[in-house]
Ligand binder design. Structure first.
Ligand code: NI
Length: 440
């Protein structure tokens, strides 16, 4: 931690309010020379608060404070410390943001890393070296996914070693508490981006006083952080002539055997889309992170699976917004597609989804796997219904659906490239309904 007085007098912008009955206290530094950083921190703090209020039913209070982790004329590292209190007790979380005065951008921690392959390498080093605060229980290597949410608090010690800290329960059992890993400078340095190298210099060579450089008039284009996994793949063109794409979609989960399904999808290098529901999603945060980290797409299937057209506008918001917040808190990703339960929608729901930034995705092949709990029937329906550009509906909460997958995947993999909905459809328009196509 660095004493902020190296920057001269540093004021604070604080808020103290009540949002939906939740007590909210926040503070960010007031840095006139780094205005883009201050507004970036305000946005991020607001997102942290709003997502907590939306996602956690027993939310009582949230407090966000800041400290300075490193500073030079070119970079400023700010570590946000969040204390959330709900009916289950109190939790701390940390997130470190890096301001780059050269580009004028406020970056996620994974932007210290050069690219996705380097982040994967970092994840494997952490899986080997993570140690707990208590020193008795380390990280579970299977949970150290190379995504922005996992690596959201990166910094350097004064030796230039890379320090990764992980919130409670993120990469180990909650009993292990907060975990951190220290990666030797020699191993870390080749993994860093230009910003990462400047951040390391700031930590190893702390100045007595600092004047932060003025940002450019227009911030440079921010590259996508290596830990943000896009739901589409630029190298894959489903609209082209060369390949027949098919999207498998799984609703109502994650279920008890979703992990087995993910293993099978990996075997075929197949991507799928998971329209998750509130209860199961909130019960299995690891499944959400794994689905996302392995390149599948997450979509919103509402909190409690109601008929949306029967609800008021605020009822529709209450069914969709908390699930967006749950998914964002666990993965850093905000879904831009949803599937209305029972496929039931109307003009009012469509207009609400336009505001929520989500397209509605229907299907062209219904396996009726919820009705006919027979693996061979489900598999046969999927295989005979499959067609180029098709979207197949399954539910990964039924054991018989998981049992149907070996035969289904083996057959479909012969004729199709199995892709996410966004890979299949390209960019979708919020509020539009993508219907089953008539060729089915
Ligand atoms: Ni459903």
């Amino acid at each position: 931690m660095v004493d902020p007085t190296v920057l001269g007098e540093v004021g604070e912008l604080t808020t103290s309010e009540s949002i939906s009955g939740v007590t909210v206290e926040t503070a960010v530094p007031e840095l006139p020379d780094a205005e883009p950083l201050v507004s970036g921190l305000e946005d991020i703090t607001e997102r942290i608060v709003d997502d907590f209020v939306a996602a956690v039913p027993g939310a009582e209070s949230i407090d966000v404070e800041w400290s300075l982790t490193a500073v030079s004329t070119e970079v400023v590292g700010i570590r946000l410390h969040t204390v959330e209190k709900d009916s289950d007790g109190e939790r701390s979380a940390f997130e470190t943001l890096w301001y780059d005065a050269v580009s004028g951008n406020t970056a996620d921690s994974t932007e210290l890393i050069g690219n996705y392959a380097a982040l994967e390498r970092l994840a494997s080093l952490v899986a080997e070296e993570a140690t707990s605060q208590e020193g008795d229980e380390g990280a579970n290597p299977d949970l150290v996914w190379p995504i922005a949410r996992t690596f959201d608090s990166l910094g350097f010690n004064s030796e230039g070693d890379l320090v990764a800290e992980f919130d409670e329960g993120l990469v180990a059992t909650p009993d292990a508490g907060r975990i951190h890993a220290v990666i030797d400078r020699a191993d870390a340095e080749p993994l860093l981006s230009d910003l990462g190298r400047r951040a390391m210099d700031a930590a190893t060579d702390p100045p007595q006083t600092v004047d932060i450089a003025q940002p450019p008039e227009e911030p440079a284009d921010l590259r996508e952080a290596p830990g943000m996994i896009p739901p589409a793949d630029d190298a894959l063109d489903c609209a082209g002539e060369d390949i027949d794409c098919l999207a498998l979609t799984f609703d109502d989960g994650p279920g008890e055997r979703t992990g087995e399904l993910l293993d099978m999808l990996n075997e075929y290098d197949a991507k799928a889309t998971f329209f998750v529901t509130g209860g199961p999603a909130d019960n299995d945060h690891e499944a959400l992170r794994r689905i996302y980290a392995e390149g599948h797409e997450l979509g919103n299937h509402t909190m409690t699976h109601p008929q949306l057209p029967s609800l008021s506008d605020s009822g529709v918001v209450d069914e969709t917004e908390p699930l967006q917040a749950i998914i964002r808190r666990e993965t850093g990703y905000t879904p831009h597609i949803m599937r209305p339960p029972y496929g039931a929608s109307n003009a009012a729901v469509q207009s609400m989804m336009a505001d929520a930034g989500m397209a509605e995705i229907m299907w062209s092949v219904d396996t009726l796997d919820w009705k006919d709990k027979d693996a061979s029937v489900v598999s046969e329906r999927a295989i005979s219904g499959a067609h180029p550009g098709g979207i197949i509906l399954f539910h990964d909460i039924h054991s018989t659906t998981i049992d149907a997958m070996p035969d289904t995947l083996e057959a479909l993999d012969e004729d199709y490239t199995l892709v996410t909905v966004t890979q299949l459809l390209g960019d979708t328009e919020p509020g539009e309904v993508y219907e089953s196509d008539d060729d089915a």
